[in-house]
Design a protein around this ligand. Sequence first.
Ligand SMILES: *[C@@H]1O[C@H](CO)[C@@H](O)[C@H](O)[C@H]1NC(C)=O
Ligand SMILES: *[C@@H]1O[C@H](CO)[C@@H](O)[C@H](O)[C@H]1NC(C)=O
Ligand SMILES: *[C@@H]1O[C@H](CO)[C@@H](O)[C@H](O)[C@H]1NC(C)=O
Ligand SMILES: *[C@@H]1O[C@H](CO)[C@@H](O)[C@H](O)[C@H]1NC(C)=O
Length: 532
Amino acid sequence: MDSKIFCLSFLAVLLINGSRGANILAVFSFPAPSHLIVEISMAKVLAEHGHNVTVITSLKPHVTHKNLNLIYIPLTEEQRKAHEESIANMTERDNSNIITSMFHMRKEIFVVNQINCDIMKNPRVKDLYKNKHNKFDLVMIGYCFNSFQIGIAQKLRVPVVLATSMFPSGVFNPMLGNTHSQAYVPAMFLSVEKGRAMSFGQRLINYITINMVEIITYLIDKDNKKYYEEVYGNDLSMPKYEDLNKNVSLVLFNSHGLSEGPIRPNFPGVIEVGGIQIKETPDPLPKPILDFLQNATDGAILLSLGSHLKGAYLKPDTVQKMFNVLSKLKQKVIWKWENLDKIPGKSDNILYSKWLPQDDILAHPKIKLFINHAGRGGITESQFHGKPMLSLPVFGDQPANADKMVKDGFGLSMSLLTLEEKPFHDNIKEVLENPQYTEKVKAFSQLFRDRPLTARQSVLYWIEYVLRHHGAAHLQSPLVHMSFIAANNLDIYALLICLIVVCLLIVKHIIRYTGKSNSSTYVKNPKKVKTI
Ligand SMILES: *[C@@H]1O[C@H](CO)[C@@H](O)[C@H](O)[C@H]1NC(C)=O
Ligand SMILES: *[C@@H]1O[C@H](CO)[C@@H](O)[C@H](O)[C@H]1NC(C)=O
Ligand SMILES: *[C@@H]1O[C@H](CO)[C@@H](O)[C@H](O)[C@H]1NC(C)=O
Ligand SMILES: *[C@@H]1O[C@H](CO)[C@@H](O)[C@H](O)[C@H]1NC(C)=O
């Protein structure tokens, strides 16, 4: 009897977990901690549910698990220099102009893809498909303009899922066949007030930006093709570069359109798992931070300018101005600062720390304000915990993220490059003392958390879905496989124009003919009468 029940429950477990214990390869080699944290949080969910996940990274992740096997290929000194230089170049420039900042972004992507390319050529990575003992069921690619890396899934002949810290946009149309909706969906880097129709001017800018992004994406794609040929060039079994994007089962996005907007049409391959990097229940804080916060009778401020933008890129006098303002506040300040030997200045209300459990700190009730660089991760965490913000954006998507955050009413934003003491102080005071920012962000937090499946459940469900069905080609929009002419019905319009032209010609002839015959009745008839 007992064994029968055991067998039945065992069967039930098997049925429920039909795809238990898959071998998954995750290529998360983009050397930015903000991307890695989102991507590896997805991998961790899978590891926690019994899947064996092998992760290729170029940075050491903070997340670990016994089912996460790391293939860690650190940057060479040369790569690290090139990467830091390209980021420093982006930081120094004025990035308020979307178009020029996109061209700088192409340079940065080029440098990063050179690193990705070297990683794909690394013997440890090549061994994954050369060694016949390795068996993989699925490949995840951490996506940021690096389609050539999808090649490894073709090598292993398994389905591929993209995991990205980006949100749905035209950049993903080649994989998902989402439609262009330029009249009402703002482009990447643009933000408009949620739920509002764009004005004529906004639509014009939107149209130009979307097409600029297409041009940059096209240029980046050409670089990608070069890297694809560099890694797999002499391999005849590989598909054409142009076909790689057509073979993606799903894309996991770090977004949640229902709460964040914009409201846009998405095909079923769009899976939104925004907030995946945020723990559903926070971990206890390290003792020094907890003690420091416990003493914060007037509340506390968290200041973190991200991991991409190291303290050293900041101009010393900007740092001095920030210190002058912060050290005079009655609130406590936790400041993420890399170089503890050279801190901006000593003050009783400031605690410097090289690395911070940002998510756990934001969850603490004493935190009243988050000063950040408008990275997507930080803004999402702040929104999840309902904390208002002051953003100091610098480059890339940061100005647009900050702009959207301000339009949503969750705080204020000012450029880090032109920071002055008085406006910095006034902005901090405004966000701390005016309750409207906190109220709005708290209301958002409720919407953001209200979902049929949590972010973690969604990742698990959809990855296992792709495993169960050996890919998800059936979810794909036919648009992915259609030519530009067919996708835009240009051939049908051409046919219609031909028909209209033919009709017009016929009408013209009829008019001419009836005109002639009419005139003949009135003008020629007398003649005819005469001859008769
Ligand atoms: C997990 O994957 C690694 C490859 O990275 C492999 O060596 C190991 O045998 C796998 N473990 C299981 C239990 O399949
Ligand atoms: C950074 O800027 C310098 C000077 O403008 C230039 O020589 C260098 O190539 C740039 N580096 C990158 C990686 O863009
Ligand atoms: C798409 O992937 C499948 C394996 O999932 C493979 O059999 C097929 O050849 C791939 N198609 C293209 C066009 O690369
Ligand atoms: C907290 O405040 C008490 C009393 O003011 C002080 O003795 C203690 O050192 C403070 N702790 C921290 C971590 O600042």
